[in-house]
Design a protein around this ligand. Structure first.
Ligand code: ZN
Length: 251
């Protein structure tokens, strides 16, 4: 065995081969380091891209989630009543038509008259006659719409004005009073159908849905509209009918 061999324990050719191999490994290590850096670069880019995408989606979702805040305000004064609504607007007066501008409508409130057998016309005239009150014990009450026993619809107060029906929600709601034949407060089929039609039309015009249709009960817990307070399922059915009518109306 030569010293050379002893020192290394391997013939020169093999050492050379191994040296070349080390160099090759170093070379491939460098290549893989560059590949890793490239991959890291691509990773950073895709994280950035994902961030930008998430931001854009967030902004988009923000428009949807905050829909009420972001959407165009409805111009209440531009809403034109269809011919199936009988407009008999009250005289502007402090007790039933204060002439106060309604700036926004967030909900539609359904009521029942609580005075069995009275007609839409009688109730409309009652609201009108409140303007003649004198003395200390005055009454203030009205509604934007009245639906009668035969399904007739009277409008007493414009949709861009405050009516006196829903307490602290008068300033951001539209009110609908409904006539009924008896003490149960159940509406006739004609009243019911007109109420569905009117509510669906208002939802469409006001850019609202049945989620924005509430009972007086939901405002103050007053048992109004009585039948829909006593029969929660009937109220849910009514909202489903409004939804259907609203969708049909859009076609
Ligand atoms: Zn009520």
């Amino acid at each position: 065995m030569t010293n050379e061999e002893k020192q290394t324990g391997r013939p020169r050719r093999e050492r050379e081969r191994q040296a070349a191999g080390r160099q090759g490994r170093r070379g491939s290590r460098r290549q893989s380091r560059e590949a890793r850096q490239r991959a890291r670069g691509a990773g950073i880019l895709s994280v950035l891209a994902a961030g930008v995408l998430a931001f854009l989606i967030g902004v988009g979702a923000g428009w949807i989630v905050g829909g009420r805040l972001e959407k165009e305000p409805v111009n209440l004064s531009a809403i034109v009543a269809p011919d199936w609504i009988d407009q008999q607007l009250l005289t502007v007066n402090p007790y039933s038509r204060p002439g106060k501008r309604l700036l926004e409508v967030n909900d539609i409130v359904v009521h029942y008259m609580g005075n069995p057998g009275t007609t839409a016309q009688q109730n409309r005239n009652y609201f009108e006659n409140l303007s003649q009150q004198t003395g200390d014990n005055t009454v203030s009450v009205s509604s934007n719409f009245i639906v009668g026993l035969d399904g007739e619809i009277l409008q007493c107060v414009p949709v861009d004005e405050v009516a006196y029906a829903s307490n602290h929600r008068n300033s951001d709601t539209i009110s609908i009073e409904c006539c009924h034949p008896d003490e149960t407060g159940k509406f006739t089929d004609e009243t019911y159908d007109s109420l569905v039609r009117l509510t669906a039309w208002l939802c469409t015009e006001l850019d609202l849905t049945e989620k924005n249709v509430i009972r007086h009960y939901d405002v103050t817990e007053k048992r109004c509209p009585l039948y829909f307070v006593d029969h929660e399922d009937a109220w849910e059915d009514f909202l489903a009918d409004v939804k259907k009518a609203r969708k049909d109306m859009r076609k």
